[in-house]
Design a protein around this ligand. Structure first.
Ligand code: COA
Length: 323
């Protein structure tokens, strides 16, 4: 007796992207009024000029719905065409219920397979890999991936080590079948031995060992990005757009520098969305790409290399073609 398997698509691609941010802009000067910090220190050490904080009544799920709506419109895909919704996030108000089922319902995606995925700031790239594989395996037709975070719920508002870094927002991608590969294999992994470098416990505020995380990210992440290129059969010189998770501009620059040492082009566009968005964890990669596309610094058909990393510690990256 053998079981029947479904036949999946030969390949997948990103059909559309979208994002949203809360209206409230918070500058470094605003923060310096409530904690011992200053604009110059934040710009020099982190690269952030301003960020967006959600109001009390604007929830992670609300932002996810907005980003999902804009990605569906960008892709020209109707909610009825989507059968799976994945919401990578690490900042729901409580573990139950998840975000994805509510988001699917509010978007009019009936009876969707819906689950959250927690790989912290690596969440979007993990979820993009899962979405692509679901379609290739025949488990899903089209998948909506929405990285959404309300980090301000989990950061002490006067903790100068973290409140200056983290922010709120959501970014989404619609993934669908394709004849030619538009999303490369994911390179992912974890370093659970470093779990104590970023954590929240017992619903308390986020704590991190900034310097340990900084060292790890600046030394361990570029090789994963190179691995993702190798898996996709690409060279560093093929990359048009590098979108690292927007954790710290100095980390972004260090990753870009290592890729260039390995052959990436000088004219490779490097995401610096952290300047105006802060660190929005699993939302940061699709949000950065959406903002870059809106500004015209990237275009449809560009080869994007995305690389996420963060608490866990977890990391994941892949190459894909910009919609
Ligand atoms: C958090 C981070 C910005 C701190 O920068 P840093 O250079 O390591 O700063 P340090 O903690 O060593 O502090 C350096 C000095 O600045 C001071 N300082 C710390 N935070 C400050 C702030 N917000 N404003 C002003 N001064 C500050 C410290 O007191 C210290 O002063 P001292 O030299 O007089 O003792 C940096 O470590 C970082 O970005 N790490 C990675 C974190 C990250 O990206 N996490 C998310 C991963 S997804």
């Amino acid at each position: 007796m053998t079981l029947r398997l479904k036949q999946g698509a030969a390949a997948t691609r990103v059909l559309g992207i979208g994002s949203t941010q809360p209206d409230r802009v918070v500058t470094n000067d605003d923060l310096s009024k409530i904690m011992d910090t200053n604009d110059q220190w934040i710009r020099d050490r982190v690269g952030i000029i301003e960020r967006r904080f959600a109001d009390k009544d604007e929830l992670l799920v609300d932002m996810a719905v907005k980003a999902g709506t804009s990605a569906l419109a960008d892709a020209g895909v109707q909610p009825s065409e989507v059968d799976t919704v994945i919401v990578p996030n690490c900042t729901m108000p409580s573990p139950i219920p998840n975000a994805a089922a509510q988001v699917a319902d509010r978007l009019g995606i009936k009876r969707a397979g819906a689950f959250d995925l927690n790989a912290a700031c690596a969440g979007f790239c993990y979820a993009l890999g899962v979405a692509s594989d679901l379609i290739r395996a025949g488990s899903s037709g089209k998948v909506l991936v929405i990285g959404a975070e309300k980090l301000t719920d989990w950061v002490d508002p006067v903790d100068r080590a973290n409140a200056i870094i983290f922010a709120d927002g959501a970014g989404a991608a619609v993934v669908g079948p394709a004849e030619e590969p538009g999303i490369g294999p994911v390179a992912w992994g974890s370093a659970g031995d470093l779990v104590d470098t970023i954590y929240t416990r017992d619903h308390r505020y986020l704590t991190q060992e900034g310097q340990s995380v900084f060292r790890w990210a600046t030394t361990q992440i570029a090789p994963i990005a190179l691995k993702a290129l190798e898996l996709a059969g690409l060279q560093p010189s093929d990359v048009d757009v590098l979108v690292p998770h927007q954790a710290n501009l100095r980390i972004v620059d260090a990753i870009a520098k290592k890729l260039r040492v390995n052959g990436a082009r000088e004219d490779m566009v490097v995401a610096d969305d952290i300047k105006y968005s802060g660190n929005t964890s699993s939302a940061s990669i699709p949000m950065a790409l959406d903002h870059m596309r809106a500004k015209g610094s990237v275009k449809a058909g560009d080869i994007v290399l995305a690389i996420g990393f963060g608490a866990g510690l977890s990391y994941a990256g892949q190459a894909f073609i910009c919609p």
